[in-house]
Design a protein around this ligand. Structure first.
Ligand code: GTR
Length: 328
């Protein structure tokens, strides 16, 4: 009897040791980020990694790989879905071709402004986008700000849709953006972010489109100095994790993860506001020429075929589009 008790105790002790060593030695996650040092998203993701470690007592650790060193965004999306990478900050633009619900934010001019976007994301539409991501193996943890995107090019200021006619414009990997440029009479060229500088410089493309911070951080303003404030896209970004990894965590660890992500998002959004202004000032000092667009409604009207095609191809998404459009 005494002997049996001893064996049972020893087994318990071994189980304890094994159990604790498993949790202490949990695999270090790898995080993908496209942006360079000092960019709001980069700082926020480093903060996220730090918070994760701190809040979990070292149980959840994340090594961040910045500046797209682990590959292009479309590739990284596949990697996180399949579990080759665990965590990433993605723009909803390149996610659209995989997650139909996330694609609605890539309809040009769908949001009235950034505040409208936050109201939408905080409501039912945000839940529907998150559910769409979950179906594709990605769990959304927080939203990051990416401001609004405008056109820039090496040739001339864009004032009306007629100025885009014949222009070669780099777009992110998403048919909606190709459709957008075609609807304006331009030639779309889908291309990885990392290739755009050289393509602008050598004239492979005449222009591209992005927010102030990316226009600045990439140096695109040096080779495409005409920035025309069209604000045709306001696309949020997501901080997300592979669904299997997320589902393998205890409820307590999932809570820690979400808290750390939310805290990093608060920081990212604050840094974003500052960086938008600083980048605008920096590029204008560096020689970029900014123009406002007197009548944006001409650009909006030109997008009718883009909406018509999208809704015809995705009848299931009509209610989500309407929900966004009807959100005050
Ligand atoms: C940036 C965005 C990146 C990437 C890039 C691009 O604004 O933060 O994730 O999508 O634009 O144009 O490819």
């Amino acid at each position: 009897m005494k002997f049996l008790k001893m064996i049972t105790l020893s087994i318990c002790a071994i189980a304890l040791i094994v159990g604790s060593s498993v949790s202490v030695q949990a695999k270090e996650w790898r995080g993908w980020n496209i942006h360079v040092a000092g960019y709001p998203n980069t700082v926020a993701m480093d903060k996220f990694a730090e918070l994760l470690k701190e809040k979990s007592g070292g149980k959840m650790t994340l090594k961040m790989y910045h500046a797209g060193t682990l590959g292009s965004q479309p590739d990284a999306i596949e990697q996180v879905r399949l579990g080759g990478l665990e965590i990433a900050n993605f723009n909803l633009g390149p996610l659209g071709p995989i997650v139909p619900e996330a694609n609605v934010v890539s309809l040009p001019f769908i949001f009235k402004n950034t505040d409208h976007m936050w109201r939408v994301l905080d409501g039912k539409a945000g839940d529907m986008i998150n559910a769409g991501m979950a179906k594709k193996g990605l769990v959304a943890l927080a939203w990051y700000d990416a401001g609004s995107r405008s056109f820039y090019n090496s040739k001339k200021p864009i004032q009306t849709p007629a100025d885009v006619v014949g222009m070669k414009v780099r777009v992110m990997n998403n048919d909606l953006y190709s459709g957008m440029i075609k609807a304006l009479g331009g030639n779309p060229s889908p291309m990885a972010f990392s290739e755009v500088y050289q393509s602008l410089k050598t004239g492979v493309v005449d222009g591209a489109e992005n927010n102030w911070p990316s226009y600045e951080s990439t140096g695109h303003f040096e080779v495409a100095p005409y920035y025309s404030v069209s604000q045709h896209l306001i696309i949020p970004e997501t901080l997300c994790i592979n669904a299997d990894v997320y589902n393998s965590l205890s409820a307590a660890d999932q809570k820690i993860l979400k808290e750390a992500a939310q805290e990093s998002a608060v920081l990212q959004r604050q840094l974003w506001k500052e960086r938008e202004k600083a980048s605008e000032e920096k590029v204008l000092k560096g020689g970029a020429k900014m123009n406002t667009i007197p009548d944006k409604s001409a650009f909006q009207a030109a997008m009718k075929p883009v909406y018509d095609k999208f809704l015809a191809d995705n009848p299931d998404l009509k209610p989500l589009v309407a929900l966004i459009q009807n959100t005050p």
